[in-house]
Design a protein around this ligand. Structure first.
Ligand code: MG
Length: 281
């Protein structure tokens, strides 16, 4: 005990001294040199609105990302969280959506379960970012376009194809991630039947003048399971079957529609962000 006290008492002055030195060191520290938050004397960018590194340029709106890239960020509208289809109605008569909801997903009712038809969002959208997850039936029934066929229609008219494209010989412009009837995906990034897959999509709505003349086509960029399959690809027009698509529907906003093709395709975790693509101008 005596020895312990001796050690403690002899160590105490050293501790106090080192603490004083540390305090003095702190007070003697110089203020950090701050970097400028921007500049007001740099050249103007083309167009003359903002200078390079302009300090007066508005900073981007803050968005809190989801826990992972698959989770909805703070400014997203959640269209389906696995619990109900409150954001959706039947396309044909706007009655409540009749698709099956269970175990965190919604499933297209197949024949015999009371086939309702397409469902669509109650809300209308223009330019959007969409995250959607889907799984085609684990048990393969049928072939070609009869395998896990569904689809996502922007503005109710421009389809992004959903299909079981895993080792499935069907026409190229009808595969998963195709602009149906027009543009095949850059690559086939499909997972096996029954596995959950993701689409992360940027859709740009077509733009029209007051007289209904097309000013700008619709465009789409798609990541299928994280692999880019469409890059700023234009649409020929509203999707058709066995005909060439054309721009006959004059609209810049519309509902998001999901196709009932009589195959029990499943969807989950659907969220969407309305985009202002000129926000940084
Ligand atoms: Mg389809």
């Amino acid at each position: 005990m005596k020895r312990l006290s001796l050690i403690l008492f002899s160590a105490l002055p050293v501790l106090i001294l080192s603490s004083v030195i540390a305090q003095e060191g702190k007070s003697k520290q110089e203020a950090p040199v701050l970097s400028p938050t921007g500049y007001t004397d740099t050249p103007f960018l083309p167009g003359g609105k903002w200078r390079v590194h302009d300090d007066n340029r508005p900073r981007p709106e803050v968005v809190t990302p989801g826990k992972t890239a698959a989770d909805a960020p703070s400014d997203a509208i959640v269209l389906f969280d696995g619990k109900n289809l409150d954001e959706w109605v039947m396309e044909k008569d706007q009655s409540p959506a009749d698709w099956i909801v269970k175990d965190g997903y919604t499933e297209v009712p197949s024949k015999g379960q009371g086939v309702g038809g397409f469902i669509q969002t109650k809300r209308e959208f223009g330019d959007v970012q969409l995250h959607i997850e889907f799984a085609t039936p684990k048990v393969i029934e049928g072939n070609s376009q009869g395998r896990g066929n569904s689809g996502i229609f922007f503005l109710g008219s421009y389809e992004m194809q959903v299909l079981d494209s895993y080792e499935n010989k069907t026409y190229a412009d009808g595969q998963a991630s195709a602009l149906y009837g027009y543009k095949p995906p850059l690559v086939n990034a499909s997972r096996k039947p029954g596995e959950w897959q993701t689409y992360d999509i940027v859709f740009e709505a077509p733009k029209w003048d007051a007289d209904g003349n097309l000013l700008k086509r619709a465009y789409i960029t798609v990541f299928h399971n994280g692999v880019i399959t469409q890059y700023h690809q234009d649409y020929l027009g509203a999707t058709g079957h066995k005909r060439v698509a054309d721009y006959h529907t004059v609209r810049e906003r519309g509902p998001l529609k999901l196709q009932n093709h009589n195959n029990p395709v499943r969807y989950r975790n659907i969220w969407i962000r309305e985009l202002n693509l000129r926000a940084a101008d």
